[in-house]
Design a protein around this ligand. Structure first.
Ligand code: IMP
Length: 427
């Protein structure tokens, strides 16, 4: 049996967390592996009237007996993770199936300070020269700097937390501290200028990390565990964070995150070979949103953009920032389906479009780089209780069928509300 992948087809926040939670219950996956990113992601899962906001732990944790893994490709703030696990346990969620890769890298306070300092510096430079900022609009969670120390081969891995030799661990911390202090010129002056804290000394970082020692019980060789599960025919779901167009290779560089968010990244980030992948599900919102800077062809800085933001509650789960909103960009999603080899497309938040007189969908650009729109008639029927395709208004069916046609993937599901039950399956 092969593994299935869930991947974002736009700029993130497509509702992947809800889809993972729903699919785990529908398809009975036994293992869920999150394969990239860190606490920059935010997943909201709603069931039994309760709302859970997750940043690190895979959404599969809500199905009893599922093994939920933070894979090799992820980067982990141990202090944030301890809190997330404590919150889940306090809500009565069984976390005994949770596992962390011994190869995943630790995000330390230094990574977060550098992330913020760089963004402030870019904004300040733009203000001085009265030009547009080159800031990426990161989540400030230290994601980019952590992948940098990983690539520079001075990173500290989760497996190191289990290391009983304190001196070895402290030596690693010390070497990374010197890297930040000297190589990256993160002197006090820069930090003071932007009101950022002084870099904590390695001893202080070590003391903070000690509270994370109790997550040692979850750390293991998850690559081996996942491959063994695959060999024995277990059902595996690989959960991507962020999205195709935020991927470090395929995204709108430099306005991207620093990980491999696509289905290709699902292999390196989970330890499975490419031949293990069976189904790839691309997830796209019925319109487009983006948080942070970077190109956005169909952005609506108008009343319609505000309306989508209000109705869709388009504020970042991690940072609370308002998301930029606009019409569906079919070419963006088509490219995502192609890059990821997605055979199946799941469209989310269709209900947000209810009540609009007219809905626009971009099929590409004209010679001037402006979007070329097709126009669709809207519908008034409330969709939240719809469970089968035939009960969707004819206008909604027409809009979705056109999205399916342009995407090159088969429409497999349509989400019409935030809770687990609010989804129409087409297969
Ligand atoms: P970073 O991942 O914090 O370095 O941020 C890089 C870019 O990716 C910024 O534009 C962020 O707003 C965006 N980003 C990171 N994670 C997410 C996410 O989970 N959803 C949407 N955008 C994200």
């Amino acid at each position: 049996m092969g593994a299935d992948v869930i991947v974002g087809a736009q700029f993130g926040d497509e509702g992947k967390g809800k889809i993972v939670d729903t699919l785990v219950h529908r398809n009975n996956y036994e293992i869920v592996v999150r394969y990239n990113g860190g606490a920059n992601a935010g997943h909201t899962v709603i069931f039994d009237g309760k709302t859970f906001k997750l940043h690190l732990v895979p959404s599969g944790i809500f199905k009893h007996g599922t093994i939920c893994i933070l894979g090799t490709g992820t980067v982990i703030d141990p202090v944030a993770l301890v809190k997330e696990i404590a919150d889940l346990e306090a809500a009565g969620v069984d976390v005994s199936g949770f596992r962390i890769s011994n190869r995943a890298h630790l995000i330390l306070p230094w990574h977060m300070i550098l992330d913020k300092a760089r963004e402030c510096e870019r904004d300040a430079r733009a203000a001085e020269s009265k030009s547009a900022t080159t800031a990426i609009g990161t989540t400030g969670r230290g994601i980019g700097p952590c992948y940098e120390t990983k690539a520079a081969r001075i990173g500290i891995r989760m497996g190191d937390l289990k290391d009983d030799v304190v001196t070895t661990f402290l030596a690693k911390l010390d070497s990374m501290y010197r890297h930040f202090l000297h190589d990256l010129h993160l002197g006090e002056i820069t930090l003071k200028r932007f009101n950022l804290p002084k870099l904590p000394e390695p001893d202080a970082v070590f003391r903070d990390i000690l509270i994370a020692k109790n997550i040692g019980r979850f750390i293991t060789d998850t690559d081996e565990l996942t491959r063994a599960a695959w060999r024995s025919g277990k059902k595996i779901l690989l959960e991507g964070a962020q999205a195709t167009h935020l991927d470090i290779e395929c995204g709108t560089y430099p306005f991207v995150s620093s990980s491999h968010a696509t289905s290709a990244g699902a292999c390196v980030g989970s330890g499975l070979p490419p031949t293990a992948i069976e189904n790839v599900f691309a997830v796209a919102k019925a319109y487009t949103t983006r948080v942070g800077n970077g190109p956005f062809l169909t952005e609506q800085e108008t009343e319609i953009g505000n309306l989508l933001r209000d109705r869709g509650h388009e504020f970042g789960t991690t940072t609370g920032r308002p998301r930029r909103c606009g019409w569906f960009d079919a070419d963006l999603v088509r490219r995502a389906c192609e890059i990821n080899g997605a055979q199946k497309l799941i469209v989310t938040k269709l209900d947000v479009l209810t009540g609009l007189d007219e809905i626009l969908l971009s099929t590409g650009c004209d010679a001037m780089g402006h979007p070329v729109y097709e126009r669709f008639k809207g519908w008034d029927k409330l969709l939240t209780a719809v469970r089968v395709w035939n009960d969707l208004p004819h206008e909604a069916q027409k809009y979705l069928s056109r999205i399916e046609e342009l995407s090159g993937a088969r429409l497999a599901g349509v989400a019409i509300g935030p809770s687990r039950e609010q989804i129409i399956w087409l297969d």
